[in-house]
Write a protein that binds this ligand. Structure first.
Ligand SMILES: NC(=O)C1=CN([C@@H]2O[C@H](COP(=O)(O)OP(=O)(O)OC[C@H]3O[C@@H](n4cnc5c(N)ncnc54)[C@H](OP(=O)(O)O)[C@@H]3O)[C@@H](O)[C@H]2O)C=CC1
Ligand SMILES: O=C(O)C(=O)[C@@H](O)[C@H](O)C(=O)CO
Length: 274
């Protein structure tokens, strides 16, 4: 049975999801099919990735029922106007071959439009009320973004998907959990930059795991939802098996100590993007 996290709206989400950023649209069906066969039951895509169709095709071609797989997508940065948001959700459902998406996120809050995401969020809550979205979340939100949408609507998003890995602990983690919102770690392996790190390799040797599994186990141990990406079948299998790895408090503390602060980011600062 896959590890799951309870979300604040009463739903549950598998704690390990298969991320598909930078998976070629033509190769997405094959990669997601491999992931589903390996046992993943959660896929994280986005309108921006242009591969929602491959995700939908893989689920449709599998022997699984739609309800067995948790699908997340994200509203693109050019679709923040409320009607554009709703139209984009309709397109996502068409591409996913589904009449609902489990979780829809606002991908980025956009620095150039400092309050525009609030109306986007209201539009997503309307889509949820209409049954086309099961849960509404956000991505790349800082405390001030979270407070703005909660103050306007009285409804907290169920997740905040943010950059988190051992080189970037991210202050937005505390701001998120303090508000009862689950953290999803994006680029959980720092897009590959953690491989070869001596501390990670040492802990991996101690627990008899690979470096990738050790880092994924660190995210799981700290209660985060984690979205590793791979197009390599052996790594797809390996990463899911991290659910069986237990780290000690000392091993977690040694990995925590790798945090480089803002210098550890692999992606943009949300207060500067857009
Ligand atoms: N909301 C947002 O703004 C963002 C969301 N994301 C989400 O996070 C997901 C993951 O992020 P991403 O940046 O892709 O990176 P990851 O941190 O998951 O790292 C992926 C890289 O690590 C390699 N890799 C994966 N597993 C292993 C392993 N076990 N051993 C060795 N190498 C491995 C992959 O290679 P290979 O594929 O060749 O096997 C790839 O090069 C995305 O797919 C997306 O879903 C990411 C960025 C921003
Ligand atoms: O992958 C995503 O979801 C993204 O938003 C990224 O493309 C992001 O823009 C980025 O550059 C992360 O390094």
């Amino acid at each position: 049975m896959a590890r799951t996290i309870a979300l604040s709206d009463g739903t549950t989400i598998p704690q390990i999801g298969f991320g598909v950023w930078q998976v070629d649209p033509d190769e997405t069906q094959e990669a997601v099919s491999t992931a589903l066969e390996a046992g993943y039951r959660h896929v994280d895509t986005a309108q921006m990735y242009r591969n929602e169709a491959g995700v939908g095709a893989a689920v449709a071609a599998s022997s699984l029922d739609r309800g067995d797989v948790f699908l997340t997508s994200k509203v693109n940065n050019d679709a923040h106007a409320p009607q554009d948001t709703k139209d984009s959700v309709a397109r996502t459902l068409e591409l996913l071959q589904s009449d609902y998406v489990d979780l829809m996120l606002i991908h980025w809050p956009l620095a150039s439009d400092p309050t525009g995401y609030i109306a986007t969020y209201e539009a997503l809550l309307e889509e949820k009320a209409a049954g086309r979205i099961r849960s509404v979340g956000v991505s790349n939100f800082h405390a001030h973004h979270l407070d703005a949408i909660i103050e306007r609507t009285g409804v907290a998003p169920v997740v905040n998907q943010i950059e988190v890995h051992p080189y970037f602990a991210n202050p937005a983690v505390a701001a998120t959990t303090e508000r009862g919102i689950a953290v999803e770690s994006w680029s959980p392996l720092a897009s590959g930059k953690l491989f070869g790190d001596s501390t990670i390799e040492a802990v991996a040797a101690e627990v008899g795991a690979t470096a990738g599994q050790t880092v994924i186990a660190w995210h799981l141990a700290t209660g985060k939802i984690v979205l590793p990406k791979s197009v390599t079948p052996s790594r797809i299998v390996e990463n899911l098996a991290a659910a069986d790895i237990e780290l000690s408090a000392d091993q977690i503390a040694r990995i925590d100590a790798l945090d480089k602060g803002a210098e550890g980011r692999t992606g943009p600062n949300p207060d500067e993007l857009g």
